[in-house]
Write a protein that binds this ligand. Structure first.
Ligand code: NAD
Length: 470
């Protein structure tokens, strides 16, 4: 029977399942054979990845331009460069990070000695999103390799050109005993999720995050979930608004707003908002010119579905910059758009925007801004611009978020060695640098005690005499 006509989804290709199972089995066999334990071999794979990135940079940059309209500079900066930098950082420190840590065991167990070793987890699965498709696919892979694991990599089908370029990169430059790529969408991912892995590292939205976590529970597989949410900005009175506006505009409109830690919306008192508006206008012009559609540095929506979704959030009656009239569906171009006088129950405030639309919302001051953040899901990042240390400190202690950036946006994720991850609805687990190694390994205490003297005699039954009184 033709199920396509009835359900809209084609019937599963049995060969697909076989191919996926063959890939997972090959990686598991390779791991079991000890291929990935040797640290020199891990460093060699990382070096192969670095070399491959350099060699394939033009191909990757072309794909990123095709999928997301990313400029060559933005691709180098936020995609390819960060991964090369991550490889360099991890490679420099890996041997030191892997050195067993001496454990202090206390008097109870004496005489004894112990150390904490980082052991690889096994065969891992990395499921990546489309918005920084190189960075968010290969960043976790660096950590997986550093940890001595094998990995199945599933790039996002939503950025198809980059998915193909990544597949070419990994198949050409990395050892298939370490890394295999499975391209595809829901069907492929569903089959993958039925397999047993030793860690699943997922980046994307929370709805699919839940599907991943449910599937992982079946095999008791640990998961790292790098999710999103509405990252708020608070601008306090007395802030240097010209610099703050530039930093907000840059953070919001980079990659046409399709950044998991992009400032989602801005809160300030009505007076500060009034003063901020001209600075925002100036900043948009300064960064993307009066005609952002012509700027080589301004990106495009990834596809028409996302274009339509974000366009529907724009209320032209509230638009002070940009708006739907300037949008071009064919070109997937949405101009930098800023909306003022936005209410908390407007459509734009009901979901993560994930596009170039910035709502401005009036609050009475820091107290209300803090209450608003506390009243919603814990964001991936919170941003505060304030000249007052005590205000910054209040946000640091009274709100919860994956990270908190004071006085700037976005740039902290590029910092090598800083753990990056969410909390609550914005995710669980962190990576980058040492945090990545930690999440892709198990910290195993290895403890040794000589057989003589047999001090454990003190805890053996029968519990009579002096032992009874312990
Ligand atoms: P996406 O649509 O590419 O989905 C992510 C992955 O999930 C893809 O590989 C996709 O094939 C897979 N997938 C989709 N539907 C599935 C299903 N039903 N079953 C199994 N797998 C499925 O990306 P997205 O979710 O649209 O990405 C945007 C979201 O990701 C935003 O919420 C953003 O904030 C978040 N994000 C978070 C981070 C982070 O580091 N925390 C980074 C980037 C994006």
């Amino acid at each position: 029977k033709d199920t396509t006509a009835r359900t809209g989804t084609p019937p599963e290709d049995p060969a697909l399942r076989d191919r996926i199972i063959a890939d997972v089995t090959a990686l598991r066999d390779s791991f079991d054979a000890g291929t990935t334990r040797d640290v020199a071999a891990r460093l060699a794979q990382l070096e192969a990845l670095r070399r491959g990135l350099r060699r394939e940079e033009p191909r990757l940059a072309r794909a990123l331009a095709e999928d997301l309209g990313k400029s060559r500079t933005e691709s180098a900066l936020t995609e390819i460069g960060v991964v090369i930098q991550e490889v360099a950082h991890v490679s420099t420190h890996l041997r030191r990070w892997l050195r067993p840590e001496r454990l202090s065991l206390g008097a109870m167990l004496a005489p004894a000695s112990g150390e904490l070793r980082r052991e690889p987890l096994g065969t891992t699965l990395i499921i990546a999103p489309w918005n920084y498709p190189v960075n968010l696919t290969l960043g976790p892979l660096v950590a997986a390799i550093a940890g001595g694991n094998t990995a199945v990599v599933k790039p996002s089908e939503v950025a198809p050109a980059t998915s193909a370029a990544l597949t070419h990169l990994l198949r050409t430059h990395l050892d298939p005993g370490w890394v295999r790529v499975v391209e595809g969408a829901v069907e492929e991912t569903t089959i993958l999720l039925e397999q047993r892995f030793d860690l699943i590292f997922y980046t994307g939205n929370g709805a699919v995050g839940r599907i991943v976590a449910r599937a992982a529970a079946e095999h008791l597989t640990p998961t790292v979930l790098e999710l999103g949410g509405k990252s708020p900005v608070f601008v306090d009175e007395g802030t240097d608004l010209s610099v703050a506006a530039r930093r907000i505009v840059w953070g919001k409109f980079t990659n046409a707003g399709q950044t998991c830690i992009a400032p989602d919306y801005v809160m300030a008192t009505p007076r500060t908002l009034e003063q901020l508006r001209p600075h925002l206008r100036t900043a948009v012009r300064a960064l993307y010119s009066g005609r952002p559609g012509r700027s080589l540095d301004y990106g495009r929506m990834v596809n028409h579905r996302h274009f339509d979704r974000v366009l529907a959030l724009v209320d032209d009656a509230k638009t002070i910059i940009g708006g739907t009239a300037e949008a071009d569906r064919e070109a997937r171009y949405l101009p930098p758009t800023i909306m003022a006088g936005v209410d908390w129950d407007d459509p734009v405030m009901q979901e993560e925007i994930f596009g170039p639309v910035l709502p401005l919302l009036a609050v009475s001051g820091p107290e209300e801004a803090i209450a608003r953040i506390r009243g919603g899901d814990a964001p991936l990042t919170a941003y505060v611009f304030s000249p007052r240390r005590e205000v910054e400190e209040r946000f640091a202690t009274e709100t919860s978020s994956g990270s908190l950036a004071l006085g700037f946006t976005l740039a902290h994720v590029g910092t090598p060695g800083m753990p990056f991850g969410g909390v609550g609805e914005s995710g669980m687990g962190a990576y980058h640098g040492r945090a990545g190694l930690e999440v892709f390994t198990h910290a195993k205490p290895v403890v040794r005690k000589p057989l003589r003297p047999d001090t454990l005699r003190l805890v053996y039954p029968p519990y009579t005499g002096i032992k009874r009184r312990v």
